[in-house]
Design a protein around this ligand. Structure first.
Ligand code: SF4
Ligand code: SF4
Length: 84
């Protein structure tokens, strides 16, 4: 499945995405903007308002990363799919 996330290497912590999200699906945790996969309905409003493109990030995952896991990223993991 695809998960919508924020790329921490492109994010400038402006909080525009958090304010733009009509579902309050983005939270700032320890200075990192993290998308709640349960709340997010992929409406793309945060992507439209993000000045850097950091919000326009989707990764293929086996199970979604929690917001607490995302808060520890220094870069976006390519995936957590099992290695074949
Ligand atoms: S895509 Fe829509 S619902 Fe999901 S985090 Fe962005 S603004 Fe919120
Ligand atoms: S709008 Fe973009 S640059 Fe601003 S906090 Fe959100 S992801 Fe980071």
């Amino acid at each position: 499945m695809q998960q919508h996330v924020v790329d921490p290497e492109m994010c400038i912590q402006c909080s525009a995405c958090e304010m733009a999200c009509p579902l309050k699906a983005i939270d700032c945790i320890a200075g990192r903007f993290c998308v709640d996969f349960v709340k997010c309905k992929n409406c793309a409003k945060c992507i439209e308002d993000c000045p850097t493109g950091a919000c326009d990030c989707f990764i293929e995952v086996a199970t979604p990363f929690t917001q607490m896991e995302q808060a520890e990223w220094t870069s976006v993991p390519t995936s957590n799919l099992p290695q074949s």
